[in-house]
Design a protein around this ligand. Structure first.
Ligand code: ADP
Ligand code: MG
Ligand code: ZN
Length: 628
């Protein structure tokens, strides 16, 4: 660094000398260089510009070398001895006359770049040294300006929205949401051929609200509309509108719409609109000025353009219930399109879309994957296939096989795989616990079949029992819920039977939570208990800040006590049933636990074969119905 500095300084001095020398000589057009000094010393060897022209006219010149950098010409006269040095001529800035003359007289001339143009090099090095400095200074200036101006300029949008001229997404890329696609097809026509509608006097809708859980493809659908219609896509997230200062959000809304109007026809996509569009004047602590101003601005902007300007606004949310009603009235987001979690067929279609760009073994059945993944959204499925592909690459395989898919599902659902425990009392206890779930689940009527039992830890769980969900049943009966409660209690029941009351563990904590939840819903929500077919719960009992959160319970203390008692009774009876089932089938329990400790994972089919074999020996070969 220091060396470089010195060199820079030296060069600077060099250049200065050059300029001074040239200044002293007062030569027209002489822009300093070290050769100016050289010229003084070789006086005899010079020629004036005028003399050069004259000599050229007379044809006394053999050859001229032009040096534009030093602005000199080296002149070789005709009949000059080969070892005589050339005559130096100081040139003007532009020398068209000379060049024409030389051409006319057929003199050999050419450009040379002087080897000694150190001045230029020096200047360059100087520049290189100065430039970073200037850049740094600018940076500092900008910084401090920013800091001091922040308070003044926050109202000006630092464009927070994105614009994509072409999204490149088509409806074919979105699968499993057929109804939504059909409804949105119309929006594409609005954007593409508005004349069709305006001709008959129809007003084109301004806003469409996409409602659905995260990951179901709302953003993707909005992009597909823009892609199909071939219009630009402006997008912004609701949360990006709102900042700390009042008025920022409103000005961002204004900017967004202004930009969109300049680019009409186009599509504006507002993600997570609930972040701005919440019920005004509600929630803890009253309203939020900034959010309300932003929302007001949004409403104003939506009213401010005619439906026929070719702008369509698509907003997405998973909480339509918290939206301000002004947003939903006609003329604003008057259309709502539900984008729901896909069903079996939908999942298969989504898998097909995402399998297209992956190498998947032909033996893999996408339908089987779809069957195993109820409740998965499009984003989950895309993630699943990607995880499987990553595993495949890590295993250096050619194509994704069932094994990788299976591992990926486990991973997506239950988390990372851990290492199995060594054989110990703990491992045995976990084995009994898991087989308890599996066995009770198999022996009671109406439970989903066991898919596999494993002792390999995953995520938080030390062991896992997987059941294949019964496909898309939609409605669940009372006996099915009771079966689930019994199976969920099977783990704790097995621990108690084998190790005694004193030895039961915390491992059942999560099970008990689920059990209590199910039992409580039976009583308060579904009217499946002695309390009769009444709903004792608010439809909407979640607390959120967008609305009144003081949901008073709608029943008396007395009923509350009854609910608690009934829930406890359901759970206790199920627990007794689970224990009985396990005691009656203790032999199967022991056999499966031994096998599980040996093999770590048992497949559902293997498990069922063992159960069936033993059941033949015993008399109880029929599934037990839940007794109450
Ligand atoms: P949302 O906006 O509803 O939260 P996204 O549209 O952002 O969900 O979806 C995230 C990703 O999941 C998409 O980029 C896509 O890869 C995948 N995906 C989600 N839904 C679908 C679908 N219906 N069809 C195909 N891919 C989907
Ligand atoms: Mg989204
Ligand atoms: Zn359990």
């Amino acid at each position: 660094m220091r060396n470089f500095d010195k060199k820079g300084l030296m060069n600077q001095r060099h250049v200065l000398t050059g300029v001074v020398a040239a200044g002293l000589m007062m030569l027209p057009g002489a822009f300093g260089s070290s050769s100016a000094l050289a010229q003084q010393k070789t006086e005899r060897n010079t020629l004036s510009y005028g003399e050069l022209i004259q000599k050229a006219d007379k044809g006394e010149i053999k050859k001229v070398e032009l040096d534009q950098v030093e602005q000199t010409a080296r002149v070789y006269l005709a009949g000059q001895k080969p070892d005589t040095p050339p005559l130096q001529v100081r040139l003007l800035n532009q020398n068209p006359e000379l060049i024409n003359k030389l051409k006319e007289k057929n003199v050999d001339f050419g450009e040379v770049s002087s080897a000694g143009n150190r001045a230029a090099v020096g200047l360059l090095i100087n520049l290189m040294w100065i430039l970073p400095l200037v850049a740094l200074m600018l940076l500092f200036l900008r910084r401090s300006a920013n800091a001091s101006n922040q308070a003044m300029s926050f109202g000006k949008s630092r464009a927070r929205f994105q614009m994509e001229a072409k999204t490149g997404v088509k409806f074919d890329d979105v699968a499993g949401v057929q109804e939504a696609k059909e409804e949105l097809q119309e929006v594409v026509t609005f954007l593409k051929q508005p004349e069709k509608f305006t001709a008959v006097g129809a007003k084109i809708p301004k806003g469409v609200l996409l409602v659905g859980p995260p990951g179901t493809g709302k953003t993707l659908l909005a992009k597909a509309i823009a892609g199909e219609a071939g219009v630009p896509f402006f997008s912004m997230s609701g949360s990006e509108f709102v900042e700390m200062f009042v008025g920022v959000g409103a000005s961002r809304v204004r900017d967004l719409f202004k930009k969109a109007k300049d680019n009409a026809p186009c599509l504006i996509f507002i993600d997570e609109i609930d972040a701005v569009g919440r019920q005004r004047g509600a929630g803890i602590g009253g309203g939020n000025d900034e959010r309300e101003q932003t929302l007001n601005q949004l409403l104003t902007e939506m009213d401010g353009f005619e439906g026929n300007t070719g702008i369509i606004i698509i907003a997405a949310t998973n909480r339509p219930d918290v939206l301000d009603s002004a947003l939903l009235r006609p003329g604003r987001f008057d259309r709502q399109v539900i984008v729901d979690v896909p069903d079996l067929k939908g999942r298969q279609d989504i898998l097909t879309v995402h399998a297209q760009n992956k190498k998947i073994d032909p033996t893999v059945s996408l339908e089987a994957i779809a069957r195993r993944t109820p409740g998965f959204t499009g984003a989950d499925l895309a993630n699943l296939l990607n995880e499987a592909a990553i595993l495949t690459a890590r295993r250096r395989k050619e194509a994704v096989t069932d094994l990788e898919i299976d591992n990926a599902i486990d991973r997506v659902v239950a988390g990372m795989e851990g290492t199995a425990l060594v054989d110990s009392k703990n491992k045995r206890l976990i084995a009994y616990h898991e087989v308890g779930h599996a066995l009770v689940g198999t022996l009671v009527k109406g439970h989903d079949p066991v898919q596999k039992v494993t002792l390999i830890p995953r995520g938080q769980a030390l062991g896992l029992t997987w059941f294949t969900p019964n496909e898309e049943q939609g409605l669940i009966s009372r006996s099915q819920i009771l079966a689930r409660i019994a199976a969920a209690l099977g783990g704790r029941a097995a621990e108690e039977i084998v190790f005694g009351k004193a030895e039961v563990t915390t491992g059942a904590g999560n099970d008990l939570q689920q059990v209590t939840n199910m039992a409580r819903q039976m009583v308060t929500k579904f009217g499946m208990s002695d309390l009769g077919p009444v709903s004792l719960e608010n439809q909407n009992n979640e607390v959120f800040l967008g609305r009144d959160w003081m949901n008073k319970s709608e029943y008396s203390e007395e009923i509350a006590a009854k609910i608690d008692a009934t829930v406890r009774e359901i759970i206790n009876r199920s627990y007794v049933q689970a224990k009985e089932l396990l005691q009656e089938n203790r032999l199967i329990l022991e056999r499966v636990v031994d096998l599980l400790i040996e093999q770590e994972t048992i497949d559902g089919d293997v498990f069922r074969t063992i159960v069936a074999d033993y059941s033949k020996l015993q008399v109880t070969n029929e599934q037990v119905a839940v007794p109450y």
